[in-house]
Design a protein around this ligand. Structure first.
Ligand code: FAD
Length: 329
């Protein structure tokens, strides 16, 4: 059973290295077919080093699409490149990360390539008969799992970052093709300037992090949020927050986990002073292990927690940090 070639959109940083979503997307592609990494760059902008890196992550083919528009317009070159690559490799399935930029690319690709979207998947697999590729979705805050497929046309799947653990086998020498973007995708929003968000904290980036410690309204103030950061640093985790914590000004909006924030699927999610409203849960309920610390034993977060501590976070967390640091030596 194979979907043949599966085109995978690789997001890159401004210095041209693959973003962290690449490994799990190529891993997901390998579960249903042969991964074709699609990279967009200005002419001459992508090189052998990038191709080798994508081979290490499991790309059997690397399609380098060159376009002057790559740095000038948002998503236009990516739409054209994926349509070109799908045609060149006869692909029936395209995988994109479910990030803001690539979700917009997916929508436009569906029009240009006459396909349909399976949005925000947490995995892909074959159906039992080996006839169709199925996208798996965690919906209603992760309470239900649904499946979707596309009949006819390109199946365009946006995959939630961090949700696929599978990794493809490394490929020593991926086949590399370089071609100018041929398919026109209409005008896109103009890019005046692009910079990568500074990793000022030295902590992992929230989206795709393996461990996340989030604080809620129960943390009480901006100053108190330090306690969330201390536990995150002890665990090597990213820092997140509930919307109430963001609205109260404890942390900036890009920390927000949930329906109107970032969806995360870490191995470990620790919720401090978070009640567990459905809108928060929808962004973290697919985490593999959930730990909640809350002084209200009836807080809904305990319904989904694997481990729960009923207590004051200002008493529990310092002890936790001390113990973790002591064990680490
Ligand atoms: P609260 O619900 O006020 O809970 C605070 C918790 O802290 C309580 O359970 C309390 O017992 C506990 N606590 C207090 N002091 C301590 C202490 N010292 N030690 C231990 N525990 C303590 N929310 C999101 O998070 N993300 C979203 O993306 C999001 N999107 C939304 C979209 C819409 C359309 C709407 C309507 C709402 C959305 N919300 C979102 C808001 C959501 O409904 C909740 O209001 C919010 O998640 C509550 O945040 P909280 O748990 O931090 O605060």
């Amino acid at each position: 059973m194979t979907a043949g070639n599966v085109v995978v959109l690789i997001e890159t940083t401004t210095d041209g290295t693959p973003k962290s979503t690449a490994a799990s997307l190529l891993g997901a592609a390998a579960q249903v077919g042969t991964p074709v990494a699609v990279v967009v760059a200005a002419p001459g902008g992508a090189g052998q080093a990038l191709a080798s890196r994508l081979g290490e992550l499991g790309a059997v083919h690397v399609y380098m699409a060159e376009s002057e528009a790559a740095a000038a317009e948002l998503g236009t070159a990516q739409v054209g490149a994926l349509a070109d690559a799908a045609r060149a490799y006869g692909a029936q399935v395209a995988l994109l990360p479910a990030t803001n930029d690539s979700k917009a690319v997916a929508g436009r690709l569906a029009i240009v390539a006459n396909g349909a979207i399976a949005a925000d998947a947490v995995g892909v697999r074959w159906d039992a008969e080996g006839q169709e590729v199925i996208a798996v979705h965690a919906v209603f805050g992760g309470d239900f799992t649904t499946e979707s497929t596309v009949e006819g046309g390109l199946m365009i799947v946006t995959v939630r970052p961090g949700s696929v653990d599978a990794r493809a086998e490394a490929v020593a020498s991926p086949e590399v093709r370089t071609a100018p973007v041929a398919t026109a995708a209409g005008p896109g929003a103009r890019i005046d300037a692009a910079t990568d968000a500074p990793a000022a904290t030295g902590r992992p980036v929230l989206r795709g992090a393996k461990a996340v410690v989030s604080g809620g309204r129960g943390v009480g103030s901006k100053e108190n949020f330090e306690i969330v950061e201390q536990l995150a640093d002890a665990l090597g985790a990213a820092v997140g927050a509930s919307r109430a914590a963001v609205d109260a000004g404890y942390v900036p909006q890009h920390y927000q986990v949930g329906q109107t924030g970032i969806s995360v699927t870490p191995d470990l999610y620790v919720a401090l002073g978070i009640s567990g409203a459905i809108q928060h849960r929808s962004g973290m309920q697919t985490s593999k292990t959930i730990v909640a610390i809350n002084k209200d034993e009836d807080a809904p977060i305990f319904e989904i927690a694997d481990f729960g501590i009923v207590g004051d976070l200002f008493t529990v967390v310092p002890q936790l940090v001390e113990e973790i640091n002591a064990r680490r030596g």
